[in-house]
Design a protein around this ligand. Structure first.
Ligand SMILES: Nc1ncnc2c1ncn2[C@@H]1O[C@H](COP(=O)(O)OP(=O)(O)OP(=O)(O)O)[C@@H](O)[C@H]1O
Ligand code: SF4
Ligand SMILES: [Mg+2]
Length: 353
C-alpha cells in the first residue's frame, strides 16, 4: 500500500519529498568480462535528502557522479535497489498532507501520480515525434491522463504556451522550427500540462548559451512563484545552481559529500571536493579571481564499479590522500549543528569566494 498516512499541517511547510538511504546499483553482464566476475556499478550509494515544499534543491557534481540516476529513482523512472522515497501530497482543497511511499506504489498508482511528479530534460523536444505539431505534443499528456474535450485541451495548450512566454500560433508549428531556448520552453509547457507540484529539472539549461540560460532560469523561478512548484534541479554548473537553488547537495561518485543552503555552500564550503569545484568556477570580481588559489582536481573521478571502502574522494584529495582513516573508514554525512552537512574526516571551512 503506497499511502502511509494522512496528516494535516500548515500548507507550504516541510518537505514535499523525502529520500532515505537511496541506493542504485547496476549489475553488468558477466559475459562482458573475461574473468566472468559480476561487476556492480554503485551509481547511487545510500543517500538521503529532503526537498522542501516550494523550494529548489540543487544536485551538483561531475559527469557520472549519479545525478540523473538519483533523479530517475526519485520519480521511479528507474527502480531503486534500496531506500525509501516519500512524497507528501498537499491537498489544494483543505491543506491536508497525504504521505505516499513512492517505492511501494503500484504501476496504476504511479500512473496517477505522474500528474503530480514531472521531469524536464536537457532537450525535451528531441524526444517528441517530429511529425507532431508542438500543440499536439504539449496536449498529449492531457489526452492520456484526462477526459478533457478537444476544445478544453486546445484552451489549456494556449494557456500553457502563454505561461512559458510563447505565442498561441506556435502550437501549429513543428519542433524543428524552434531555437534551443524556445524548445526548452515547450518542454516546460508540456511538463506543466497536468498541473504538477514537483518537477525534476535534469540539466535543463546545459545546452543553451549563457544569456538564453538566464531567460529559462528566470522563467522557472517565475513559474515556481506563480504555481507553488517544488524543484529538484540537477546541474554540473555551479553558476546555474547559484542562480536558481535555495539549497544544494554536492555529489561525488554516488555519495552526497556536502549539503547546505546555497549561500553557505558558496561562502563557507567545508569539503575538499567542494573547495576544488568552487576554485575552478569563474568569479565575477577580477581581483578576487586573481587572488584565488585554484585547486586542481587531478585525473577523472574513479570508476563507480566496485568502489573501495573508506572515502570515495581519497584518490583525488589533497587533505586526506595519505590518511589511513580516510582509506579505511567511510566518513558519514554529519550536521555541524546548523544544517550544514559534510562527509569528511577532516573538514575545513574556508572562504573561497
Ligand atoms: N543503465 C546503466 N547501466 C550501467 N551503468 C549505468 C547505467 N546508467 C548509469 N550508469 C552509470 O552510473 C553512474 C552514474 O550515472 P548518471 O547518469 O547518474 O550520472 P550523472 O551525474 O547524471 O552524469 P552526467 O553529468 O554525465 O549526466 C555512471 O558511472 C554511469 O556510467
Ligand atoms: S575524508 Fe579524508 S579523503 Fe575524504 S574528503 Fe575528507 S580528508 Fe579527503
Ligand atoms: Mg545526467
Amino acid at each position: 500500500m503506497a499511502v502511509t498516512s494522512n496528516s494535516s499541517g500548515p500548507s507550504g511547510s516541510g518537505p514535499a519529498i523525502s529520500v532515505r538511504h537511496l541506493a542504485k546499483e547496476f549489475h553488468l553482464e558477466r559475459l562482458l568480462f573475461a574473468n566472468k566476475r559480476t561487476r556492480v556499478v554503485s551509481a547511487v550509494a545510500n543517500i538521503s535528502f529532503d526537498v522542501q515544499r516550494g523550494r529548489t534543491l540543487g544536485i551538483v557534481g561531475e559527469s557520472g557522479c549519479g545525478k540523473s540516476t538519483t533523479a530517475r529513482c526519485v520519480l521511479r523512472l528507474l527502480e531503486p535497489t534500496s531506500g525509501e522515497i516519500i512524497y507528501r501530497k498537499l491537498s489544494p482543497v483543505d491543506g491536508t498532507v497525504q504521505e505516499i511511499n513512492l517505492g511501494q506504489a503500484s504501476e496504476s498508482e504511479l500512473r496517477k501520480l505522474r500528474t503530480d511528479l514531472q521531469i524536464v530534460f536537457q532537450d525535451p523536444v528531441a524526444s517528441f515525434n517530429p511529425r507532431m505539431t508542438v500543440g499536439a505534443a504539449i496536449s498529449e499528456p492531457l489526452v492520456v491522463n484526462t477526459d478533457m474535450t478537444r476544445g478544453e485541451r486546445e484552451e489549456r495548450t494556449q494557456e500553457l504556451l502563454a505561461l512559458v512566454g510563447l505565442e498561441g500560433g506556435h502550437s501549429r508549428r513543428y519542433p524543428h522550427e524552434f531555437s534551443g531556448g524556445q524548445r526548452q520552453r515547450i518542454g516546460v509547457a508540456r511538463a506543466l500540462a497536468l498541473r504538477p507540484s514537483f518537477i525534476v529539472c535534469d540539466e535543463p539549461v546545459s545546452a543553451l548559451d549563457v544569456s538564453i540560460q538566464a531567460q529559462v532560469l528566470n522563467l522557472l523561478l517565475d513559474l515556481q512563484q506563480e504555481l507553488a512548484l517544488t524543484y529538484l534541479f540537477i546541474s554540473h554548473d555551479l553558476a546555474v545552481i547559484r542562480q536558481i537553488c535555495d539549497e544544494v547537495a554536492v555529489m561525488y561518485l554516488g555519495k552526497i559529500v556536502e549539503q547546505a543552503q546555497v549561500d553557505t555552500l558558496f561562502s563557507e564550503p567545508a569539503h575538499p571536493y567542494t573547495h576544488a569545484l568552487l576554485s575552478a568556477a569563474p568569479v565575477a570580481n577580477p581581483r578576487k579571481q586573481r587572488e584565488r588559489k585554484r585547486i586542481l582536481l587531478e585525473g577523472d573521478a574513479p570508476s563507480p564499479i566496485n568502489p573501495p571502502p573508506g572515502c570515495r574522494f581519497q584518490s583525488r584529495c589533497e587533505v586526506g590522500r595519505s590518511e589511513d582513516l580516510c582509506r579505511d573508514v567511510e566518513p558519514p554525512l554529519t550536521d555541524d549543528g546548523d544544517g550544514h552537512l559534510v562527509a569528511c574526516h577532516f573538514p575545513e571551512i574556508k572562504s573561497v569566494i
